[in-house]
Design a binder for this molecule. Structure first.
Ligand SMILES: Cc1cc2nc3c(=O)[nH]c(=O)nc-3n(C[C@H](O)[C@H](O)[C@H](O)COP(=O)(O)O)c2cc1C
Length: 193
């Protein structure tokens, strides 16, 4: 079986909140832990630690931080976006990252982990997902992790139900990444049984 070596799978988690007390960042850490348990190579990018320019459509893509992040995303088999919900959408930092590095997302599976103030905004990742599908032909994982304060423990950690959903999402991202890698490596061959 060629092209399906599990050690070749890798996931990048893009943690997009700039809030030092971010809840979505805790979802990103939970996803990282799940992937490590599964022995999947994982890179966690915390946008709060990167001095990214705002996309101007001209020179911003040449910024060294943009090149670094584009390289990390390029190397990943799947992407998990962990983001706050702002104004019934993901936050502007997430959109800016997509504008700066979008070409690096091309044809990759993408999943979402969102922290929100209330339950009513649960469809908020859809606009961002549409952009990724139309612009970069990303494969959107149709299972979001969406949580509010009620889903966190008194200690401020994701509760057990959310952890289980994070694990499901992480597992799906890895499965899709491996399946795509196999198809790309093996073309018309029959898939492994
Ligand atoms: C500018 C702004 C806009 C927000 N808009 C929404 C919203 O539309 N829907 C919602 O449920 N929560 C909204 N919230 C609440 C955040 O989603 C919530 O605080 C969440 O925990 C932020 O994620 P973070 O902790 O990872 O930064 C908003 C918060 C801010 C600061």
């Amino acid at each position: 079986m060629t092209g399906t070596d599990p050690s070749q799978s890798s996931v990048v988690i893009l943690s997009c909140s700039l809030n030092p007390k971010s809840q979505s960042h805790k979802l990103a850490l939970a996803a990282q832990a799940c992937l490590r348990v599964r022995e999947v190579s994982v890179a966690l990018v915390d946008l709060a630690e990167h001095d990214l320019p705002l996309c101007d459509g001209v020179g911003s893509v040449d910024h060294p931080s943009v090149k670094t992040l584009a390289g990390i995303i390029d190397a990943a088999g799947a992407i998990l976006v962990s983001s706050p919900v702002y104004n019934y959408d993901l936050n502007a930092a997430a959109k800016n990252l997509m504008e700066l590095t979008g070409a690096s997302w091309t044809d990759k599976p993408v999943g979402f982990l969102c922290a929100a103030g209330g339950r009513a905004s649960y469809m908020s990742p859809i606009g961002f997902a549409n952009s990724l599908m139309f612009d970069f032909r990303c494969l959107i994982i149709p299972r979001f992790v969406y949580c509010t304060q009620d889903d966190f423990t008194e200690a401020g950690e994701p509760g057990s139900e959310i952890r289980a959903r994070v694990d499901q999402l992480a597992a799906t991202a890895v499965d899709l990444s491996r399946a795509l890698a196999w198809v790309r490596a093996n073309g018309d061959s029959d898939p492994p049984r």
